[in-house]
Design a protein around this ligand. Structure first.
Ligand SMILES: Nc1ncnc2c1ncn2[C@@H]1O[C@H](COP(=O)(O)OP(=O)(O)OP(=O)(O)O)[C@@H](O)[C@H]1O
Length: 517
């Protein structure tokens, strides 16, 4: 009798439920609950949209599943997104893949449902797409691996996203007019420079030292935090034109995967604008100021003060120009002032052909942590170029080249130029290319005398070598004396394009920024 009473009550309850929800729905829910209860597995849905917001986890899962390990899926969607060269791989609708984590098997399925939006828009009711992933995991493994697995997916996806991200090359160079209206401090294009540490002609030990330094820096988050320093590193690249300073920057960008901000200092009107530019750079980036000696008047303050007192020129009223242009102190604040800490994992690179012109304050450790001398082409550097351009690692003419290359003082750019013209010999015999190079090296060896007399074949003039004492330079940069000599000697061989007013771009850039102190 009791049984019949209970059955009657159940029917009553069922009738009541039926009045408030459709019967198919009730049966469907009942069926799926029963299925969930009896199944060996748990199912988790990761929706693309939660409420009105996009779900980050959906994107991470998508990136994670698109990694090559998952090309085992039977159904996949392939596409090449606009502005990308890489093929994107995603699970097709209802496509399923299996993954393994900590000994457990998990299955992912991608579902894409079309459904009618409940809201009536201006155009009437319209179908929309509801996309989500279903994660299937055995109940036995769920508590043991689920949280770790989700963390693993997020970490891996972030890494993949960073590696696959197209690097950008930013510049602040634009007219004042645009700047006022745009209010966008940087503009960018995809960064596609092919230079890498493999193609860079540089002594192996020096190359390795730089690579180690970069690696230490990139995994130094804990370290920088522990010692209370902001996570940034400064490199000063100096040496004659054509020794690979720009190529080195590109190689660093390709190695780290960081975006490059090429800061055109002559376009920056004030310290405040410089600060604004700095704030608008992202983490994991390289901020470059090329030819820094040409951008602002950064010559040694002590020297300039001395020059001022000996000259009869009346001093400018204090602060007259401070607000209207970038000053040395503004630049120093940019590199290690309070505002420089507003981001992390940043590399600042300055390049110069005239290290002797820079104020020592700019060179001190903490600002420029590593001073890298880009030298004339040495024999080990030549061997890298020979490998790149002629695909040879040895040749019977190599000893001849080794004997004269150091005294010839030829830049890697000049050597590359000769080898590139003779690249046809790759398919035949590289001997002709090497013979032409030997002739050029011999000619270059005899050239310094002519250079000192300003007797350039192309009509450009040599520049006065600096009178800065060697021990002073050595103290500043801590590199070998011989290297410094070469760095200074390059000033005599530098080619500067003269315009009709007789001034070089460098001279004009520096002149426009003079008198800031
Ligand atoms: N060390 C190098 N390794 C490989 N290629 C080099 C090297 N140096 C120069 N080159 C070649 O010469 C070209 C010019 O070099 P790059 O612009 O990097 O020199 P730079 O020192 O930055 O010159 P500048 O001071 O005039 O800007 C490069 O495109 C590259 O082909």
């Amino acid at each position: 009798m009791d049984l019949w009473t209970s059955f009657g009550s159940l029917l009553g309850l069922f009738a009541f439920i039926q009045t408030i929800m459709p019967v198919e729905y009730a049966l469907g829910r009942l069926g799926s609950s029963l299925f969930d209860y009896l199944s060996w597995y748990n199912y988790f849905e990761v929706h693309e949209i939660v409420g009105i917001n996009s779900n980050d986890l959906y994107s991470w899962v998508q990136i994670y599943l698109s990694s090559t390990a998952f090309t085992s899926a039977q159904r996949a969607t392939l596409c090449i997104p606009k502005n990308s060269k890489k093929t994107n791989y995603t699970l097709a609708n209802s496509g399923k893949v299996c993954d393994k984590f900590k000994g457990a098997n998990v299955w992912w399925q991608h579902i894409s449902d079309e459904y009618r939006q409940s809201q009536i828009s201006f155009w009437g009711e319209r179908p929309d797409e509801k996309r989500y992933y279903t994660l299937q995991i055995s109940k036995r493994d769920r508590d043991r691996v689920l949280q770790d697995y989700i963390d693993h997916i997020t970490t891996q996806a972030k890494k993949l996203e960073f590696l696959n991200k197209e690097k950008q090359l930013y510049t602040n160079s634009r007219s004042q007019h645009n700047y006022e209206f745009n209010r966008k401090p940087w503009e960018s294009v995809p960064f596609e420079h092919p230079s890498t540490f493999d193609t860079l002609a540089l002594d192996t030990a020096k190359k390795q030292e730089i690579l180690n330094d970069l690696q230490e820096f990139m995994r130094g988050k804990e370290f920088y935090h522990r010692v209370g320093r902001s996570w940034k590193r400064g490199y000063l690249l100096y040496g004659p034109p054509g020794t690979g300073k720009s190529s080195m920057i590109a190689a660093i960008a390709n190695f780290t995967g960081y975006d490059v901000y090429d800061l055109e200092l002559t376009e920056v009107k004030s310290n405040a604008e410089l600060r604004k530019l700095l704030i608008h750079t992202t983490n994991k980036s390289i901020i470059v100021i090329e030819d820094i000696d040409c951008s602002v008047n950064l010559s040694d303050r002590a020297k300039r003060k001395k020059e001022k007192t000996t000259s009869e020129m009346p001093a400018k009223p204090k602060g007259e120009d401070e607000e209207s242009r970038v000053t040395l102190s503004g630049l120093l604040n940019f590199t290690d002032g309070l505002w420089s800490c507003c981001g992390s994992e940043r590399i600042i690179i300055f390049t110069t052909n005239h290290i002797d012109k820079l104020d020592p304050a700019l060179l001190r450790s903490g600002r420029m942590d590593m001073h890298i001398f880009m030298s004339y082409c040495t024999f080990p550097a030549f061997k890298i170029l020979a490998q790149n351009y002629l695909l040879i690692s040895d040749h019977e003419l190599f000893p001849q080249i080794e004997a004269i290359i150091d005294t010839a003082m030829m830049t890697p750019a000049d050597v590359s130029e000769i080898l590139i013209k003779k690249r046809d010999s790759v398919t035949e015999d590289p001997t002709e290319a090497l013979e032409v190079l030997i002739e050029a090296l011999k000619a270059a060896k005899d050239k310094p005398k002519a250079k000192e007399q300003g007797d350039f074949a192309d009509g450009s003039e040599g520049v006065e070598a600096t009178d800065m004492p060697q021990d002073e330079i050595k103290e500043e940069v801590g590199n070998s004396l011989a290297d410094k000599r070469s760095a200074k000697q390059q000033t005599t061989s530098e080619r500067i394009e003269k315009s009709s007013d007789g001034k070089s771009d460098c001279e004009r850039g520096a002149a426009s920024n003079q008198g800031e102190e």
